[in-house]
Design a protein around this ligand. Structure first.
Ligand code: HEM
Length: 504
């Protein structure tokens, strides 16, 4: 852009650049411009950056990246921004309104609206709901200043600024306590013994023809090993991207048959509001989530089907992750390590199907194959219940860009209380609040870090939510039932409207 990095950008100038198609975000008072060429190469995916355009992403930058990467972002600084008394007054990223940049027929970049945006302006929520567009989208339209302004809500910018400052101090305390150092021997040592025992017992049982115990061991092995693959996906083990990615491909793809890159790109930035039961456009999946007859049926029964659906959830991981690999086959290779990871993942998946196929074949008969497949997959499903518990019993509302990272993570996540002696069952990830605040923190240090987080949360008057396993299960099923009941009420209202219409 040819501008000296000392230039101070006003809020209006930043808005004008964003509306002109620039990808800009704020990092500690600096304005960072992400070049289009880098956007498509970003190892965390382009969507994570697009959801932060016009916002202060300082906390997220520190949480998701190594100090070296944060340092590297400074190469993209194009100046400073005019900070108000309460920090940067954020914009709504155009992407949150459904706006994307794409090439027109004559090769120029232009705005294109993927979905219709509706702002919810209730006091409780400042969400933007994206509805599927009917028919073709007019390409001559573009986002306006009004699209960038957040809907009014009750959050105080001053308070959110104080939360952000507290988060910075908290992060420093965690670093000073040495909690970013991975505990290879005392942390992963017992884990490796556990994995090896499950494999050994499973193999012995299989060789003796005891297929059910063998399948259970395999399922439990998958459940346990997922936690290590998860750590590696967050670059939380060696903190070296290539090494961590390589080991995670071995564990997730080769051992478990699931793509690790798909999972890494699943970071839950993108909550949607449950306010309307209509087909919604997901800015994460980039497709319409249709509210059709099957969804209506399953939603109305979801509290009853919860464990049944989750017992088969691993099959969904296969489908979703292979779709992701298919899609990324045609995308530019990600910056870190180029495209090697894609080939490594596909190769490792090929090996997975070879060994798992041989295991199934060795079961002898079709009923045995089916039984082995189902039992092993159902045994691993404990993990899915664990994930749902820590994420979905809390609010999924998006309160808009003013809310600080610290407050948002505490509001939307919950810990499952569990004695230290058996926390390996949860893989340490029952300490989900602290994990969301510091995703790169080695898992075995989360307990110590969570004590510091609780102190800070208390000081800032923020709730640090925790519940027991049984209570948590009850809570999740309660939330599912509430939604199911709302669907039934909508159905009853629709029926009565039809009856009234027929009478008149
Ligand atoms: C110029 C700006 C940016 C650069 C150069 C950059 C670079 C990187 C790099 C190199 C990684 C791999 C991990 C690492 O080495 O630290 C990464 C991961 C990631 N980035 Fe960025 N990034 C930028 C902006 C952002 C922004 C604004 C966000 C959104 C808040 C974001 C979200 C992520 C996420 C979610 C990951 C994956 C982290 C994980 O798996 O734990 N990045 N980025």
């Amino acid at each position: 852009m040819g501008l000296p990095p000392t230039q101070v950008w006003t809020r209006e100038q930043v808005a004008a650049r964003i509306l002109a198609g620039e990808t800009l975000f704020v990092l500690h008072g600096n304005l960072v411009r992400v070049p289009p060429s880098w956007l498509s190469l970003h190892p965390g995916g382009n969507l994570s950056i697009l959801h932060y355009v016009g916002r202060d992403a300082s906390a997220e930058a520190e949480a998701f990246h190594s100090p070296e990467t944060v340092q590297r972002m400074k190469d993209y600084v194009v100046g400073q921004v005019e900070m108000g008394e309460n920090g940067w007054a954020p914009f709504v990223p155009p992407y949150s309104n459904g706006w994307v940049r794409r090439k027109s027929a004559d090769g120029k970049m232009e705005w294109y609206s993927e979905a219709r945006a509706v702002k919810v302006t209730t006091e409780a929520e400042a969400s933007i709901l994206l509805f599927s567009r009917d028919g073709a989208t007019p390409s001559e339209l573009a986002p306006t200043m009004a699209d960038l302004e957040p809907a009014p809500n009750s959050l105080s910018m001053k308070n959110e600024k104080l939360h952000s400052e507290a988060y910075r101090k908290l992060h420093q305390r965690v670093k000073d306590a040495g909690l970013y150092q991975c505990r290879y021997v005392t942390g992963y040592g017992p884990d490796v013994v556990r994995y090896s025992l499950l494999v050994a017992i499973g193999t012995v049982c299989y060789s003796k023809g005891w297929l059910i115990p063998s399948a259970i061991c395999l399922g439990l092995f998958w459940q346990q090993v997922t936690f290590a693959a998860h750590d590696l996906g967050h670059v939380a083990v060696t903190h070296h991207w290539t090494l961590d990615r390589f080991i995670s491909i071995f564990l997730a793809n080769f051992m478990g048959g699931v793509s690790i890159s798909w999972w890494v790109n699943l970071l839950p930035f993108f909550a949607i509001s449950p306010v309307f039961f209509k087909s919604l456009w997901s800015s994460f999946y980039q497709r319409e989530m249709t509210f059709d007859a099957p969804s209506r049926f399953f939603l109305s029964m979801q509290h009853k089907l919860f464990y049944v659906v989750l017992s088969l959830a691993r099959f969904n991981l296969y489908v979703r992750s292979y779709n992701y690999l298919l899609k990324t086959a045609f995308e530019p290779p990600r910056a870190r390590g180029g495209g090697w990871w894609w080939w490594a993942e596909v190769f490792a998946l090929g090996l997975f199907f070879t060994w798992f196929g041989a295991v199934l074949k060795g079961c002898g008969s079709w009923p045995n194959v089916l039984m082995y497949l189902l039992v092993s997959h159902m045994a691993s499903s404990l993990m899915h219940v664990q994930i749902v518990l820590s994420h979905f019993s809390r609010s999924i509302a998006d309160l808009g860009p003013v809310e600080s990272f610290f407050a948002r993570q505490l509001r939307t996540t919950v810990d499952v209380i569990c004695p230290e002696s058996i926390e390996f069952i949860h893989g340490g990830l029952h300490l989900q609040v602290t994990h969301h605040l510091f995703p790169r923190l080695p898992r075995h240090n989360l307990r110590k870090a969570s004590l510091i987080v609780k102190e800070f949360a208390k000081e800032r008057g923020l709730e640090y939510a925790e519940f027991g396993w049984t209570e948590g299960n009850g809570e999740v099923r309660g939330v599912l039932k509430q939604v199911a009941d709302q669907i039934k009420i909508i159905g009853m209202v629709a029926d009565s409207e039809v009856r009234d219409a027929m009478k008149s």
